[in-house]
Design a protein around this ligand. Structure first.
Ligand code: 3PG
Length: 393
């Protein structure tokens, strides 16, 4: 298992050391303050552990996609204030990422002090995984800890490049929790494993479906994810909804695993409000916004029998009045199930939040893209960079 080939912060000697701590504080901001602090809460155990064990955390993160330039609205300053409140400790915010000022602040840190650097993506070198930028980051600290699972599908300077220039590297507690949750489900799930995939990004998820359909006992496809499969079955869904490439892959999966894939039997379209139609009578230009009642019943009964559940992607446009039914029913069926449940993805987590069901899910991942990439079996470059084999090589 990949998580076993990584050393974690509690296996490192951090006493008296400056620790470059890469976290994912890519949080939504509203009117200059943090609108959702779940990603900040998720990294607190690692920060607290470092402090309690005599380490000095130099925290770094990206926020959004400023594209290598300084964008004042995307400063981590408001995040630094929220982090400080949650920790109950002073956090020294440095409004740069590298340079003499950063070197001065970090080299004079004392035990108990916490530094947060400015948005890594203000520097072009971050996303380019630039060697000299990676070296500069590495030179700030004695050891490196990566707790940014949600960014681990990116191959950037602060999570891949930097590991080449610092000897002592390891993962944080959030990284461990995420890898254990996802690794456990992929490698030894309680069966039946029922996976529900929805959402709109068909091209980026078809590989996930391909991989997970080999592991899952049942794969429920809602939202736009169902269209290539329906098209492959010869159902007229309107070609704009299902590109030919995805439909070819879908055809192959249907041939290989016909009993695993469960497709919608009906949908809800917007016809001056919700109107349900059989999948065979789908108007090719109709606005399909949810799965229909028969599909909801079928999906709920599959979820009721599950030993393990994975869910990513809403079943439709749940934010629109009249079209939340499918997404809400799936969320409720998962919340009520006694199966181990693993949920991930921005929209999916937002749906759970909206229906106040977060607490009833066994594990909610902080990852979106990283969660999906791991489900697709492609592995994560930042996790590979931490693995003991990679470091030795
Ligand atoms: C995320 O929110 O999924 C991560 O922080 C990665 O962000 P990115 O898609 O901008 O690389």
């Amino acid at each position: 298992m990949i998580m076993n080939s990584i050393r974690y912060v509690d296996q490192m000697n951090i006493d008296g050391k400056r620790i470059l701590l890469r976290v994912d504080l890519n949080v939504p901001l509203k009117d200059g303050t943090v609108a959702d602090d779940s990603r900040i809460l998720a990294i607190l155990p690692t920060v607290q552990y470092i402090l309690e064990n005599g380490g000095m955390p130099i925290i770094c993160s990206h926020l959004d996609r400023p594209g290598g330039k300084r964008v004042p609205e995307l400063s981590l300053k408001p995040v630094s204030e929220r982090l400080s409140q949650l920790l109950g400790e002073k956090v020294v915010f440095v409004d740069e990422v590298i340079g003499p000022n950063v070197e001065n602040v970090t080299s004079t840190m004392k035990q108990g002090s916490i530094v947060l650097l400015e948005n890594l993506r203000f520097e072009l070198g971050e996303e380019n995984n630039d060697e000299s930028f990676s070296r500069s980051l590495a030179s700030l600290a004695d050891a490196y800890v990566d707790d940014a699972f949600a960014n681990a599908h990116r191959s950037h300077a602060s999570n891949v490049g930097v590991t080449k220039y610092i000897n002592d590297v390891g993962g944080g507690f959030l990284m461990r929790k995420e890898l254990e949750a996802l690794g456990g489900v992929l490698e030894s799930p309680d069966r039946p494993l029922v996976v529900a995939i929805g959402g709109a990004k068909v091209s980026s998820k078809i590989d996930v479906i391909e991989h997970i359909s080999q592991v899952a006992d049942r794969l429920l496809l809602g939202g736009a994810m169902a269209f290539p499969f329906l098209r492959a079955l010869g159902i007229d869904v309107g070609d704009h909804r299902a590109d030919g490439e995805a439909a070819k892959k879908a055809r192959q999966m249907l041939d290989e695993r016909p009993d695993t894939l469960i497709l919608p039997e009906d949908f809800a379209i917007d016809d001056h409000g919700r109107r349900e139609v059989d999948v065979k009578n789908l108007p090719s230009n109709g606005n399909v916004l949810d799965i229909g009642s028969r599909t909801i019943d079928r999906f709920a009964s599959e979820l009721n029998t599950a030993g393990t559940i994975v869910w990513n992607g809403p079943m439709g446009k749940f934010e629109q009045e009249g079209f939340e039914t499918g997404t809400r029913a799936v969320a409720e069926a998962i919340a009520q199930s006694s199966a181990y449940s693993l949920v991930g993805g921005g929209d999916t987590n937002a749906a759970l939040e909206r229906y106040s069901l977060m607490e009833q899910i066994s594990y909610v991942s902080t990852g979106g893209g990283a969660f999906l990439q791991m489900l697709s079996g492609r592995g994560l470059p930042a996790v590979r960079a931490l693995s003991i084999e990679t470091i030795k090589a």
